[in-house]
Design a protein around this ligand. Structure first.
Ligand code: ARG
Length: 560
């Protein structure tokens, strides 16, 4: 049993509080000299109508210390517990071995679905740097929720609907060439679209609208072209996801909801929420200080928001989600606030389970990625550059590497991914090659490198049998064990706040702590028992680093 639970049970035995409740209240003191775990007595003070310090003093003297806990001391309103270091090391490391790949996880989410809408690319448009945060944050959340026992549903809500596809067909028929597009892919589609806009006349616009109407009416020729544009785009998108190890369970995009919006409109009408405004059907949100949510345009066409509402209903029906997350840039804050409010006004209590997981912008040090400046840097180009640059570094650092292509890929992608996962989501990310690829900085490659270092130590010798934990009392070992012990809480908190960076930060702390241990304490000590204890700690660290890297979507190569 872990220490938190045994302390919680000992406190529970002396008080009116349930052990689970106590476990929630227990804190790790900021100052390590205060002890390893602290229990604040404020909650009990309310129940017992006594001053917290008096309660703390009584509790400290009456409590039966669980095995492995050395002391319980009252300090102000807190009871501070200090563990026996050897017992704590044993408990932490044994738990890491016992739980294996599940370490830091739980079955909290068992039997529940979490829908995660991320990346959600647009057809006939290139994936650019602006898609990176959504893709990697969504992917990390997917893995974190899965670790917490949920069944995540990764959804790519494709942008595959809108009048632009009528224009695309017009342009293709006028100027396009099949072979060129098969060859050049999305770039060629974009060229056609741009040319349409440059040369557009009112007649062209009318004809394009007619083509879009044909898509809506399922006309075979229009559908064939539209489907082909989709295939061309998805082929490229799949290559990028494959490179990054990103997976989706559903590709139901905007067009999937074409026949699923009627019921939304009917229900809105029945509930008297629709209002006619200059020919359009809207939901008035003035009471909530927001502009109206437009449901149907005056020509009867549906909008982005209408499709999102229909998609939310569909997801609720299909998955009965515990939560439905939308990993989308802050620019769309208003859009989500508006239609979440509409679902709430329709009287669906699950509106509270819809959550916009917003994030800031990625911009280059020199502004190069700024979408505000209209400057689209293609994600594929950045990925390719990251892999190439990493390969160059690798060849210099480890010229004899067996599998340089695979490692350059894992580490190059890791560098890029980590950059979007190391700060709170809302913070804008500044992208700078030197920072991203610095193997000694707070980067993905640094953690990957640390993991590979631990693997390399273990290739020399594996730990064997039970370690003598009383030998792990030096400051570096103690600190490292503390970091490993804190990992499960970081995963749980990352899930609660939808903030994967809480895992990345913890993983970084473990890596830094391991490197201090590595440099200060000779792992391959002459004394066999000491060596075995240190190898055991190294092995436990390797395991947790691999889990942590996996949770944020980075590969953990064994050699670098
Ligand atoms: N395709 C949209 C865009 O690129 C993002 C879609 C986000 N998901 C959603 N359900 N609205 O802006």
């Amino acid at each position: 049993m872990d220490f938190r639970m045994s302390v919680a049970e000992a406190i529970s035995a002396q008080t009116e509080l349930a052990a689970a409740e106590v476990a929630e209240l227990l804190e790790v003191p900021k100052n390590a000299e205060m002890g390893d775990l602290a229990f604040p007595c404020f909650r009990l003070a309310k129940v017992l109508r006594k001053a917290p310090p008096a309660i703390a003093a009584e509790l400290a003297s009456s409590i039966t210390l669980p095995e492995g806990v050395k002391s319980a001391v009252a300090t102000g309103a807190y009871v501070n517990f200090t563990f026996d270091p050897a017992a704590e090391s044993r408990s932490v490391i044994e738990r890491i071995y016992a739980e294996g790949a599940r370490y830091g996880g739980s079955d909290f989410g068992a039997g529940r679905h979490v829908c995660i809408d991320y990346s959600s690319v647009n057809i006939a448009k290139p994936m650019h740097m602006g898609h990176l945060p959504s893709t990697v944050i969504g992917n990390a959340l997917y893995r974190i929720y899965r670790h917490m026992g949920f069944t995540p549903v990764g959804i790519n809500h494709l942008g595959d609907w809108g009048t632009q596809f009528g224009k695309m067909i017009w342009a293709y028929k006028a100027w396009g060439d099949r072979a060129t597009i098969e060859q050049g892919g999305v770039d060629e589609l974009v060229k056609l679209y741009v040319r349409f806009h440059q040369e557009a006349t009112p007649e062209m616009e009318d004809e394009a609208r007619a083509w879009f109407k044909k898509i809506e009416d399922n006309d075979p020729e229009a559908m064939k072209l539209f489907t082909w544009f989709k295939e061309i785009t998805l082929k490229e998108v799949h290559e990028i996801y494959e490179l990054m190890g990103i997976h989706f369970d559903s590709w139901a995009g905007e067009s999937f909801y074409n026949d699923k919006m009627g019921r939304v409109v009917d229900e809105l009408r029945e509930k008297n929420l629709l209002k006619l405004d200059q020919g359009a059907q809207i939901v008035d949100l003035a009471d909530y200080k927001m502009p109206p949510c437009i449901i149907l345009r005056s020509d009867g066409a549906t909008l982005y928001a209408t499709r999102d509402i229909a998609a939310a209903f569909y997801r609720k029906d299909t998955y009965d989600f515990y939560k439905c997350l939308y990993v989308v840039a802050t620019q769309q804050n208003l859009h989500f606030r508006q239609w979440f409010k509409v679902v709430e006004l329709m009287g669906h209590e699950w509106a509270k389970d819809l959550e916009h997981v917003a994030f800031g912008m990625v911009s280059g040090k020199d502004g190069a990625f700024s979408t505000r400046a209209g400057n689209m840097v293609k994600l594929r180009d950045v990925l390719t550059a990251a892999i190439e640059k990493t390969r160059a570094i690798m060849l210099e650092k480890s010229p004899n590497l067996e599998n340089p292509d695979k490692v350059a890929r894992d580490v190059g992608v890791g560098a890029l991914v980590w950059n979007s996962l190391y700060n709170g989501r809302i913070k804008d990310v500044v992208f700078d090659w030197d920072t991203v690829l610095n193997f000694d900085g707070e980067t993905g490659p640094y953690v990957q490198y640390t993991h590979a270092r631990a693997c390399s130590v273990l290739r020399k010798q594996q730990p064997e049998g039970e370690a003598d934990y009383s030998l792990l009392t030096d400051a570096e070992s103690r600190e490292l064990i503390g970091e490993l012990a804190a990992f499960p809480d970081a995963v749980k908190e990352a899930m609660e706040k939808n903030e994967p960076y809480l895992v990345s930060r913890r993983v970084m702390a473990i890596a830094q702590s391991f490197n201090r241990f590595y440099y200060q304490q000779r792992i391959m000590a002459d004394d066999a028992a000491l060596r075995n204890a240190r190898l055991t700690l190294t092995d436990a660290t390797r395991r947790v680093l691999a889990i942590g890297l996996d949770l944020v979507g980075l590969a953990a190569p064994e050699r670098m």
